[in-house]
Design a protein around this ligand. Structure first.
Ligand code: UDP
Ligand code: MG
Length: 328
């Protein structure tokens, strides 16, 4: 069982006034980062122009994260927590936090301190200057593998090219949002929540602050390659119908090739030239090509139909097994 290191933890605040800022942090096995996160945020609290609440959302952690959250809540009422009944994924965990946020502005950030809390001061200034969404844009990423950086670079550019709306490149979920934007997002019922896309979809005045993405403070990356890939596909499918059109184009392209081949064979027959299309290779290639086109098209179609199915079932976004809110 986790024992709270009580004496040297500075309290964020102790009064019961409603917060001006809600900091939402999804947590999946982050026991090594939680106390440092809390410490950094406590330091930040003095620099903001109003009280803050820290909403920790446990996304089905299997380590001591929930124990740490309980004890932080016990000693500092500005810390709330929700514990989801299983691992629902980062985007859903953030959505759960957004549902209970009470602030005039909400900040979404990771627990591993890759998103520097100190940037929130700059975000808050922009918010006060009249912007509804202030998102953090990375100008560099440290200590992440070349492959990951290259994939992320490529993905954001493909998404920008395909998406129906303007989604800024190199931008994660780290952002500050005004209450008006938060209210719209909370009402969005969709299950496939590519939050950074939904945030752009909402509109209002949006601006970027730039930052250098720090390495993880401690622990392993929780976004596995599979989770990242799923998020990327969610982003593409939720914000673009171009992949569907792609199968139409591929189909048309194959049809043109087929017609050209038919014309060629006909020409060879008519002119009595010895037809070179006698072998197995040409037929095999044609079959494989068409098979590939069809399978890819069905796959793309499936991505969209699968999402329709998810939406139609209308299940709740998440289930909560435990909560520690200001009044509890
Ligand atoms: N996270 C989560 N559920 C998951 C995976 C990750 O709540 O299923 C949280 C994690 O604890 C962290 C944030 O999402 O606070 C970002 O995760 P990570 O640092 O592993 O991803 P990356 O830095 O690669 O975006
Ligand atoms: Mg991280």
């Amino acid at each position: 069982m986790f024992e709270a290191p009580q004496p040297d933890l500075p309290a964020i605040a102790s009064d019961a006034t409603p917060p001006r800022y809600s900091l939402i942090v999804p947590i999946y096995n982050e026991e090594e980062n939680l106390l440092e996160l809390y410490r950094r945020i406590s330091e930040l609290a003095d620099q903001l122009d109003g009280p803050l609440e820290l909403i920790l959302v446990d996304d089905g952690s299997r380590d001591a994260s929930l124990d740490i959250m309980r004890s932080l809540h016990g000693q500092d009422k500005r810390v709330s927590y929700l514990s989801l009944a299983r691992n629902f994924g980062h985007q859903i965990a953030v959505s759960a936090g957004m549902d209970v946020a009470r602030g005039a502005a909400a900040v979404i950030m990771d627990a591993d301190l890759q998103d520097p809390p100190e940037l929130i001061v700059e975000m808050a200034e922009r918010w006060q200057a009249g912007y509804h969404v202030v998102y953090a844009q990375r100008v560099s990423r440290y200590k992440e593998s070349k492959v990951k950086r290259l994939l992320a670079y490529g993905f954001y550019r493909v998404l920008k090219w395909l998406a129906d709306i303007e989604i800024p490149t190199d931008t994660g979920d780290f952002c500050l949002m005004d209450r008006s934007v938060l209210d719209v997002l909370v009402q969005m019922p969709e299950r496939n929540r590519y939050l950074r896309g939904l945030r752009s979809w909402v509109g209002f005045n949006q601006t970027a602050v730039q930052f250098h993405r720090a390495p993880r403070h401690a622990g392993e990356v929780k976004y596995t390659f599979r989770k990242s890939l799923n998020l990327a596909i969610d982003g593409l499918v939720s914000f673009s119908k171009v992949p569907l059109r792609l199968s139409t184009y591929l189909g048309l392209f194959s049809a043109v090739i087929a017609l050209a081949m038919a014309a060629l064979v006909f020409y060879w027959r008519v002119t009595q030239v010895n037809s070179p299309v006698t072998g197995f290779a040409a037929i095999a290639i044609a079959i494989f090509f068409l098979g590939a086109v069809q399978l890819v098209s069905i796959g793309i179609l499936g991505e969209y139909i699968g999402r329709i199915y998810e939406e139609v079932k209308g299940r709740p976004l998440y289930t909560i097994k435990e909560r520690g809110l200001p009044n509890s």
